[in-house]
Design a protein around this ligand. Sequence first.
Ligand code: AMP
Length: 144
Amino acid sequence: MLIAEILHNKGSDVVTVKPGATVNDLITLLSEHRIGAVVVSEDGVTVEGIVSERDVVGVLGARGTAALGETVGSVCTRAVVTASPNDRLDELMRLMTDGRFRHVPVVVDGRLQGIVSIGDVVKARIAQLEVEQQALTGYITSGG
Ligand code: AMP
C-alpha cells in the first residue's frame, strides 16, 4: 500500500502553527483538534518544523509553566523527516520505528500535502491484514 492511498482515505487536511505562536496557543490547538502533533509553518505549505505533545511535556517538565510563553519555533523539532505519496506503508512504518516518532508530514515539491500518524498506519495495516486473511480463508475453503 502507498502513502497516497492512506491520504486518499483520510484527506489532506493538516493543522499547522506559525513559529511565532506560543506554547500556550499550541496546547489550545492540539486540544481543539484532538491531535498529537502539528506542522510548524509560516505560510501553511512549507514545512519548517514539527511539534508534538511530547515536546510540550518536555518543556513543561524542564521549565515549568514559564515555558507556556515560549514560542513554538523555539521548542519544535526542525529536522523533520517527511514522506512522499509514492512511499510504501512498510517504509513509513520503518521510519517511525527507527526515528521513534508518530507523525510524518507528506510533502511534494516542497509543499505540504498531508500528514500520516501512527493511528493512520495501524488502521491501514489492520485493513490490509483483514483483506489478506479473507483471501487466504477463501483459498482454503474453496479447496485451492
Ligand atoms: P511524536 O511521537 O510524533 O509525538 O514525536 C516525538 C518527538 O519526535 C517530538 O520531539 C517531535 O517533535 C519529533 N517528531 C515528530 N514527528 C517527527 C518527524 N516526522 N520528523 C522528525 N521529528 C519528529
